[in-house]
Design a protein. Sequence first.
Length: 120
Amino acid sequence: MNIIREIQNELYTTKEFPKFGAGDTVNVSYKIVEGNKERIQQFQGVVLQRRGAGATETFTIRKMSGNIGVERILPVNSPFIDAIEIVKRGAVRRARIFYFRERTGKSARIREKKNFTVAK
């Protein structure tokens, strides 16, 4: 098993992103290729979970588009992720906040962590 993990670590180059977890609101700059054109699209939402480790680590983001919830699972080591910016830190007690899917209105708010400043 360690041999597989070592080979994965050699093949994947990890980018330096800020540390974030469940409950944080992040803005992901994602490269989209359409034909021969390439553009960067912003996807801002709440992180529901981070799972996996090393080269196979992923995170799930949820945002509301109109009245419809849109979730996206992104690999942390994806070459299409240009940047991850933390908009605000959320104070949650769980590592996976799937209960957030059923929440609407005021109950869908997440408390913000105290003493946190966003670097601009």
